[in-house]
Design a protein around this ligand. Structure first.
Ligand SMILES: NC(=O)c1ccc[n+]([C@@H]2O[C@H](COP(=O)([O-])OP(=O)(O)OC[C@H]3O[C@@H](n4cnc5c(N)ncnc54)[C@H](OP(=O)(O)O)[C@@H]3O)[C@@H](O)[C@H]2O)c1
Length: 265
């Protein structure tokens, strides 16, 4: 625990933390005695998480309500983190834009790129110099198993998650000797409000195992120093090996697309 605070504390920043995995990252960081800046578009969600964590763990929590699709989303984040020693940045916020590509307006696709790519890119560009100057810290990019191959019904989302994976790998190599850990974390289906709200037909997708938020997040925080890439959970690690190493690429695309279609089609 002391090592974790020294390396990644005293402050962490988590995006998409008003709900779901982001709230769970904040919860587990607070349990490890870190103060957390939590960022989300959902003010009520942020306030509820902040009240819970301050009460349960006695840490400091700062909330930033901001829409990450907005051009100036960095402004309130810079104001909230000014003067703070931020040692860990968790790029968790993500939207999926589920549906056939051609049926969605361009604006929806661009919002997916803004939240899933532009926001982590800009946050990373801001925080890397100060992390390197500290000589210790971490950057986490919450990616997905869908980063491993193209997938029908989430074609744009899967591509943005591949960006997070590849970006994390390159940064991991660039920052390897600086004391800054970088991890691209491949998450599989996890029981979050967003996942449950998408109403997946799990009985029709036998290959899918659904993880609990606490396990998914613990795997990431425990694995921060084991970059460049980790997969959440043993079952998902097997799936990832099958999809990325054993199957011809065409089959991987078709298999995962068929599963997605069965769950959401
Ligand atoms: N859950 C899974 O099965 C799964 C699988 C693979 C990867 N992942 C990845 O894990 C991450 C978290 O997923 P999750 O399931 O926890 O998502 P979630 O339950 O939908 O929560 C995402 C949070 O991000 C917020 N958010 C959405 N758009 C935003 C914006 N424009 N600006 C600021 N905040 C915004 C949401 O606020 P609102 O609620 O107000 O929209 C919500 O609080 C994502 O990157 C996702 O791609 C999840």
């Amino acid at each position: 625990m002391v090592d974790f605070i020294e390396r990644y504390g005293p402050w962490a920043l988590v995006t998409g933390a008003g709900n779901g995995l982001g709230a769970e990252y904040a919860r587990q960081l607070a349990a490890r005695a870190l103060n957390v800046v939590i960022v989300d578009v959902d003010t009520a969600g942020l306030d509820a998480v902040a009240a819970e964590l301050r009460g349960a763990f006695g840490v400091e929590i700062r909330t930033v309500t901001v829409d990450l699709t907005q051009a100036d989303f960095m402004t309130p984040i810079l104001a909230a983190t000014s003067g703070l020693d931020v040692g860990l940045v968790i790029n968790n916020a993500g939207i999926s834009g589920l549906g056939l590509f051609q049926h969605k307006p361009l604006a929806d696709h661009l919002a997916v790129v803004d939240v899933n790519v532009r926001a982590p890119l800009m946050l990373t560009h801001h925080f890397v110099p100060q992390l390197v100057q500290r000589g210790r810290g971490g950057l986490l990019f919450v990616s997905s198993l869908s980063a491993l191959q193209g997938t029908a019904h989430v074609a744009n989302y899967a591509a943005t998650k591949a960006w997070n994976l590849i970006f994390a790998e390159g940064l991991w190599e660039e920052l390897r000797d600086t004391g800054v850990d970088v991890l691209g974390y491949l998450v599989g289906s996890t029981r979050t409000p967003g996942f449950v709200g998408s109403r997946p037909k799990l009985d029709k997708a036998r290959m899918v195992t659904v993880m609990e938020m606490s396990d998914t997040v613990r795997g990431a925080l425990d694995g921060l120093g084991n970059g460049p890439v980790q997969v959440a959970g043993r079952g998902n690690a097997w799936s990832a090996a099958l999809l990325s190493r054993l199957l011809p690429r065409k089959w991987a695309v078709r298999l995962v697309s068929a599963t997605t279609r069965a769950m959401y089609g």
